[in-house]
Ligand binder design. Structure first.
Ligand SMILES: C[S@@+](CC[C@H](N)C(=O)[O-])C[C@H]1O[C@@H](n2cnc3c(N)ncnc32)[C@H](O)[C@@H]1O
Length: 536
C-alpha cells in the first residue's frame, strides 16, 4: 500500500496572492480600507464608522493540490497558520457558481495572524489534471472570493443598523447575502461595491439579515404605487377622518369616504407598510406621525403636494425617458405647454400649485432672523408666488413695506395670503424677464432661478440688477446640490419644469456674471439655503 500523501503544493501565484493579502493587512488601517472600497463616503463619515468597526482581515481563495501539508507549506513561507477547518459558506458559493465541477470537493479555511489582524485563507484542493483547474483559473482571474472584512465592535442593534445604512445608502454598497454563524455567535453580512470589490461585516450576535437586493430594487421600482396610494389617501381625506375620529374601523371609514370597504382595507394595509397609518388587531386604524402632514388646514400641510405630485406632475413623469433623451421638459410634451402657462389656463391647477409651494414654506421660517433688515425700507419679492416669504418678513419687521411681482394669475393668491398687510404691500403684475420693480433695498428671488436654464436665469438676474441700486442686497432661496433632496428635485425640474437644481458655486457664477457679489450663505430647513449677494 502506498502511504505517501499528496502535499499541498501551493503555486508561486497563490503564494504571491497570500503575501499580497498579508501586506495589505499590515499596511492599511480601517480608514484606508474604507476609503478604497467606498470612495463615496466622506472623511467624516469614515471617521464616524471607524469608531464602531475595525478592519479585521483580508480573505483570499487559493488552490493547493491538497489540504494535507497546507499548514507546513504556509509555515515554510514564514507565516504562522492556525488549524485548518472546513468552510461551508465558500464551498456553497463555489458549488452555486460552478455546479457539478466543484462536486464534493472540500474547502478548507485557515487563519494566519498578521499585525493584530489576520489573513483568511480559503483553500480548494485542485489535484493536477483535475477539471477544477478551470475553476481555479477563473477564480484567480475574477477574485470572487477575495474580500476585506470589518468587525463591528458596537453591541446592540442601533449602531450596527446605522452602519449598514451608512455603507449602503451613502457608500453605495450592495448587500450580497450572509447569515448568522452560531459557532462564533456573529452575523456575517456580505456586500459588493460599485467597483466590484467585496467586503464583509461581522456583527456581534444575531442581527436581521439585509433585504435581498432584488427586493430592495422592487421597492424602488414600485415607488409609483406609493405615490398613488398617498394621492388616494389625500383625495379621500383619510388623514382628516382618522385625526378627527380616533380608532375608526374600516367599515366606518368606508362610510365616511364613500369607498368599497374591501378595497379600502387593502389600501390601508399598503399605507401601513409605508408607515402612514397603523392598524390594531381590533380592526381600528390610526394616523401616524408620517401621515399627519396629509391633514388639511394645518400650518405645514403637504396635502396639496400629494395631489400635485400624484396628479399632473405624475402624468408627465411618465415622459422622463423623453426628457433625458432630449433635455426638454416632458410636461410640455404631455400637456402642450410649459406648466406655468398650462396652470394659468386651468385655475384649479394654478391654485393647487400655489398651495403646494406654500406647503414647503417651512423653509422660510429662519429668514426674518437671518437677515439684517435694519436700515431697510422696501423689500421686493420677484416671482413671490402666494407671498409666503414676503409675508413672513413683513410680519416680523413692522417697519418694512413690500412689493410682490407675479404673473397675473398668481396675484389673487398673494393678495388673499397677504390681506392682513394690505397697507404695506403693493402687488405688481408683470414678467421678470421684461423688468423688475425699482426702488427696493432688498430683493428676494425664492425658488425662481431653479425653474429656468442658465440663459433665462442670466436674463432674470440682469433685470434685477438693472432695477437695483449699488449696494442693495439680493437674497436667493434654493435647494443646493449636492444632496439627496436636491438630486431628486433636479429630476423633477428636468422632467416637469425645464429648470435645474444647482450647486452654490454655480449660482455664484450666475450672480458674478450679472453684476452681483455673492457674500454668504445659510442653510434653511427642507434642504434649502439662503444665498446673499450685493449689487456691485
Ligand atoms: C416656484 S414658484 C416660487 C414662488 C415663491 N417665490 C416661493 O418660493 O414660494 C415660481 C414663481 O415664479 C412665477 N413666475 C413664473 N414666470 C414668471 C414671470 N415671467 N414673471 C413673474 N413671475 C413668474 C410663478 O408664477 C411662480 O409663482
Amino acid at each position: 500500500m502506498n502511504l505517501s500523501v499528496v502535499q499541498a503544493c501551493l503555486t508561486e501565484t497563490d503564494l504571491t496572492r497570500i503575501r499580497r493579502a498579508a501586506e495589505h493587512v499590515r499596511d492599511h488601517d480601517t480608514d484606508q480600507v474604507l476609503a478604497g472600497l467606498l470612495p463615496g463616503l466622506t472623511a467624516d463619515e469614515r471617521t464616524d464608522a471607524a469608531r464602531h468597526l475595525g478592519y479585521d482581515h483580508t480573505a483570499v481563495l487559493v488552490f493547493p493540490a491538497s489540504l494535507d501539508g497546507l499548514r507546513d507549506e504556509l509555515r515554510g513561507a514564514g507565516l504562522d497558520p492556525g488549524p485548518v477547518a472546513p468552510s461551508v459558506v465558500v464551498r456553497g458559493r463555489l458549488a452555486r457558481r460552478y455546479g457539478a465541477a466543484v462536486g464534493d470537493s472540500p474547502v478548507g479555511i485557515v487563519h494566519v495572524p498578521v499585525a493584530g489582524r489576520s489573513v483568511e485563507i480559503f483553500a480548494l484542493p485542485v489535484p493536477p489534471g483535475s477539471p477544477l483547474e478551470a475553476v481555479a483559473a477563473d477564480e484567480r482571474a475574477t477574485e470572487h472570493e477575495s474580500h476585506h472584512a470589518f468587525a463591528v465592535t458596537a453591541p446592540g442593534r442601533v449602531i450596527p443598523a446605522g452602519l449598514r445604512t451608512l455603507l449602503t445608502e451613502r457608500g453605495g454598497a450592495v448587500p450580497d447575502g450572509g447569515g448568522y454563524n452560531n459557532h462564533e455567535n456573529v452575523t456575517v453580512l456580505y456586500f459588493r461595491t460599485a467597483g466590484h470589490l467585496r467586503f464583509e461585516l461581522r456583527l456581534p450576535g444575531r442581527q436581521e439579515p439585509l433585504p435581498d437586493p432584488a427586493l430592495a430594487l422592487l421597492r424602488v421600482m414600485t415607488g409609483a404605487w406609493a405615490t398613488q396610494a398617498v394621492r388616494t389617501m389625500a383625495e379621500l381625506g383619510i388623514a382628516d377622518h382618522l385625526a378627527g375620529h380616533p380608532a375608526l374601523d374600516t367599515t366606518a371609514l368606508a362610510t365616511l369616504t364613500d369607498t368599497d370597504p374591501d378595497a379600502l382595507q387593502r389600501l390601508l394595509r399598503y399605507l401601513a407598510t409605508l408607515g402612514l397609518v397603523t392598524s390594531s388587531p381590533d380592526g381600528t386604524h390610526r394616523l401616524t406621525a408620517l401621515g399627519e402632514p396629509l391633514r388639511t388646514g394645518t400650518e405645514h400641510s403637504l396635502h396639496p403636494l400629494a395631489l400635485l405630485y400624484g396628479g399632473p406632475f405624475y402624468d408627465s413623469f411618465a415622459g422622463l425617458p423623453y426628457a433625458v433623451s432630449t433635455g426638454q421638459e416632458a410636461f410640455a410634451q404631455r400637456f402642450g405647454k410649459h406648466h406655468f402657462r398650462h396652470f394659468a389656463e386651468h385655475p384649479e391647477l394654478g391654485d393647487l400649485f400655489h398651495r403646494s409651494m406654500a406647503a414647503s414654506a417651512e423653509m422660510f421660517t429662519p429668514v426674518p432672523d437671518l437677515v439684517d433688515f435694519s436700515g431697510v425700507r422696501r423689500v421686493v419679492d420677484v416671482g413671490g408666488g402666494n407671498g409666503a416669504l414676503l409675508g413672513r418678513v413683513l410680519r416680523a419687521h413692522g417697519h418694512l413695506d413690500g412689493v410682490l411681482l407675479e404673473r397675473p394669475e398668481a396675484l389673487a393668491a398673494a393678495r388673499s395670503h397677504l390681506a392682513d398687510l394690505a397697507g404695506r404691500c403693493t402687488f405688481v403684475e408683470g414678467d421678470f424677464t421684461d423688468s423688475v420693480p425699482a426702488d427696493g433695498d432688498v430683493y428676494l428671488l425664492s425658488r425662481v432661478l431653479h425653474d429656468w436654464d442658465d440663459e433665462r436665469c442670466l436674463t432674470i438676474l440682469r433685470r434685477c440688477a438693472a432695477a437695483m441700486r449699488e449696494g442693495s442686497r439680493l437674497l436667493v432661496v434654493e435647494r443646493l446640490l449636492p444632496g439627496d433632496t436636491a438630486a431628486a428635485w433636479d429630476i423633477h425640474m428636468l422632467c416637469n419644469v425645464g429648470g435645474r437644481e444647482r450647486e452654490e458655486a454655480h449660482y455664484g457664477r450666475l450672480l458674478t456674471e450679472t453684476g452681483f457679489k455673492p457674500t454668504s450663505s445659510h442653510p434653511l430647513p427642507l434642504g434649502a439655503a439662503l444665498l446673499h449677494a450685493v449689487r456691485l
